[in-house]
Design a protein around this ligand. Structure first.
Ligand code: SF4
Length: 692
């Protein structure tokens, strides 16, 4: 079944969590259904959800018999274990006749290419596609359709379609994240459960208060997005050249989804039949009555501000689909002796295994390098004084500091000595950012030695400017095949994902052949969002007075009874929620070096220059004399709420493959594990519903 308006295809795409749901939904008024197979997708935590291989074969046959399409999600970030098992699975999917796979990790196109498979590939929302250049880069990997970033408005979607010819898939209904896709790392940091690997425990649905300028604000659920509902705006979606109207909800039940699909399908049919006489709101009231949260059109028509934030029905802390608690406010995990010992053991084993595997290869003897990202000139100058190897000038400068421009670069270039001066691109780049960087770089920037690139569009656009490219954290590098793809594109060095738990980082380091960077110190960004949290303080009245504990009072902090996390606004108007504790890998620096980390990064943007100077001196000493790292670590005092190893503190195997598919209960730590890993039973994972 295909629908067309003025020669352009209009596809209603519905989700199915189980074969039984699929069997109903595919017969409802949709054109295509997407679902997950037995592994490698974003819904890996609920028993009985996701299809067996037999289900997939049958589902494809049914869909094709009805003249409809079946898409399979292969859309999580892949660990090395996943990569080793993905090739055979992709071969099966190719033989099964699925119409396309929906993909996040660049390892998947790489595996398809390796095996000579021509399976159509759609880019998942987890690739956070948000500019023309990203689309062009993905088209070069064979991608034929992109699910746009959730923050993309319809005007931009149309421009992208017109300039690239790519098929656009746009979310029209369902549960939404409030954080940019693939830029939310908080669940990994708190629980070792990665949202990019389909295991988010949804801290965005917690009840928070805020503090700013010495006042406390009661701001219930400030990160909780409303559900998307574009039912009344089908003409605008069609006008924006959206091909596929995507409904979210692979965990929803059959009756709810069938009713929703039929409502959308009926409305599309009516519009195609009689666009002038089209009535927009025939079933609006029914949808409103059946809603689980309030509705929003999110970013479809521009930045929605606080109108996108939900309060009604929040606070239960439960997933719709099971009614089970997903998580409650939890403190970041303080570094413990046992976590350090475990990390040392894993990393040492990795080093031994890697050395054995490479015994015939030439040994690498390059000295470890110290790098730092800075936010202002004062930090940059202390970093140069400290003789840092590479100085990264942030492309997302946090206010009130000002962006690094030609003048600042020239001033730093004059005093940089042997330091490589590196300019970062903004994490998310709209067309205006490309124009700005084009204009800057095309004239030449004396003294600039490299670019720190933050998205695949920037890789494609700037590889021709004669400057080496370094891949930043936001490329979410989790396996060596994705690493190889980026290297093929011209990226000189990659940074390991900040979400990698101990087994997954060890596995990545075991396979990587080139230089690899890791964030070893700082308060990195764990939520990067378009949503402006500062607006709350303009709308709500203060309820109490209290100063911030660790940062200046003019910086907004999100608070629960477990602590407070700073939120910075950048020069592009985006918000960055950082960790409340400092990541500190000093106690395991020696083992990281042995395991293959070549570049040790300090995320320095949030430090006073004096503190940054101290940290750089300590890490420089530790890199030059790793045997002193433990002694140095014991004398270092935290600036923020304490020290943490971040995701590296988690060591439970995190596989998402059929052989080890966890059930809901299997996935939750036992009482013993919970106590060992300090996860309270009420916070144990039940399932995830991150959109994918
Ligand atoms: S990934 Fe999405 S659902 Fe999970 S915490 Fe982040 S915003 Fe919330």
């Amino acid at each position: 079944m295909s629908r067309y308006f003025q020669g352009r295809e209009v596809e209603l795409l519905a989700p199915a969590g189980t074969f039984e749901i699929f069997d109903t939904i595919i017969r409802a008024n949709c054109d295509a259904v997407y679902f997950g197979g037995p592994g490698l997708n974003m819904r890996m935590m609920r028993k009985g959800y996701n299809f067996t291989r037999e289900d997939i074969v049958e589902a494809v046959n049914i869909a094709h018999g009805l003249g409809k399409k079946a898409y399979v999600t292969v859309n999580n970030m892949l660990s090395e274990t996943d990569v080793s098992e993905a090739g055979e699975y992709l071969g099966f999917l190719d033989r099964s006749g699925v119409d396309a796979i929906i993909v996040q990790d660049l390892a998947v196109p790489s595996l398809l290419r390796e095996q000579g498979l021509a399976l159509p590939v759609h880019a998942s929302v987890m690739l956070n596609v948000h500019n023309v250049e990203m689309v062009r880069a993905l088209q070069e990997f064979g991608v034929t359709r992109v699910v746009t970033s959730r923050e993309m408005d319809l005007k931009t979607a149309r421009i992208i379609e017109e300039q690239t010819g790519i098929e656009i898939e746009y979310f029209v209904h369902g549960d939404m994240c409030s954080v940019h896709g693939a830029n939310c790392y908080i669940s990994s940091h708190l629980f070792g459960m990665s949202s990019n690997r389909g295991k988010c425990l949804k801290p965005c649905r917690w009840d928070y208060r805020m503090k700013k300028d010495g006042y406390v604000y009661s701001t219930p659920y400030p990160l909780a997005a409303k559900d998307m509902n574009m039912y009344e705006y089908l003409p605008e979606l069609i006008d924006a050249h959206v091909t596929s109207f995507k409904i979210e909800g692979r965990m929803r039940d059959k009756e709810f989804m069938a009713s929703l699909v039929n409502s959308y399908g009926e409305a599309i049919d009516r519009y195609l039949e009689d666009p002038v006489g089209f009535e927009r709101n025939v079933e609006s009231e029914k949808m409103h009555k059946e809603r689980k949260r309030d509705f929003s059109t999110a970013y479809a028509f521009g930045k929605p501000g606080l109108s996108n934030i939900n309060q009604r029905f929040e606070g239960t802390g439960k997933f719709y689909s099971t009614g089970k608690v997903f998580s409650t406010p939890t403190a970041e995990r303080e570094t413990s002796e046992s976590a350090i010992d475990t990390a040392r053991e894993w990393l040492t084993n990795t080093a031994v295994e890697k050395a054995a595997a490479l015994q015939n290869a030439a040994p690498t003897s390059a000295a470890p390098k110290l790098t730092v990202r800075v936010n202002n000139m004062a930090q940059a100058k202390v970093a140069l004084e400290a003789g840092v190897d590479e100085l990264f000038l942030s492309g997302d400068v946090l206010l009130p500091d000002r962006a690094f421009g030609r003048k600042e670069i020239a001033e730093l270039a004059a005093i940089k000595g042997n330091t490589r001066l590196v300019l970062a691109t903004p994490r998310m780049m709209n067309e205006i950012h490309f124009e700005q960087y084009d204009a800057l770089l095309s004239r030449g920037v004396p003294g600039l030695d490299a670019l720190l690139v933050t998205n695949i569009g920037a890789v494609r656009r700037f590889k021709g400017f004669g400057l080496p490219l370094i891949g930043d954290l936001s490329l979410n590098l989790y396996n060596h095949m994705a690493e190889n793809m980026y290297r093929e594109l011209g990226v000189e060095r990659l940074t390991a994902s900040i979400e990698a738990n101990l087994p997954d980082l060890a596995a990545l380091l075991g396979r990587t052949q080139g230089e690899m960077e890791l964030t070893v110190h700082g308060t990195p960004v764990v939520m990067y969002m378009e949503h402006d949290l500062y607006e709350n303080t303009e709308v709500y009245e203060p309820i109490a007075e209290e100063s911030n504990q660790y940062v200046r009072d003019d910086i907004l902090v999100l608070m629960t009874d477990k602590g407070e996390s700073p939120v910075y606004k950048d020069v592009h108007g985006r918000c960055h929620l950082t960790t409340s504790k400092e990541i500190c890998m000093l106690p395991v620096v020696a083992e990281l070096m042995q395991a293959g980390i070549s570049h040790f990064r300090i995320e320095g943007s949030t430090y006073a220059p004096e503190r940054l100077s101290e940290l750089l001196a300590v890490y420089r000493t530790a890199l030059d004399a790793p045997e002193r790292a433990v002694e140095l670590a014991s004398s270092l005092e935290p600036t923020f709420a304490g020290f943490t190893l971040g995701a590296l503190a988690f060591r439970r195997a995190d596989r998402s493959t059929p052989a080890n598919l966890p059930t809901a209960l299997d996935a939750a730590p036992s009482a013993e594990e919970a106590s060992e890993e300090k996860v309270a039973p009420a916070q144990q994972p039940v399932l995830q519903e991150t959109k994918g």
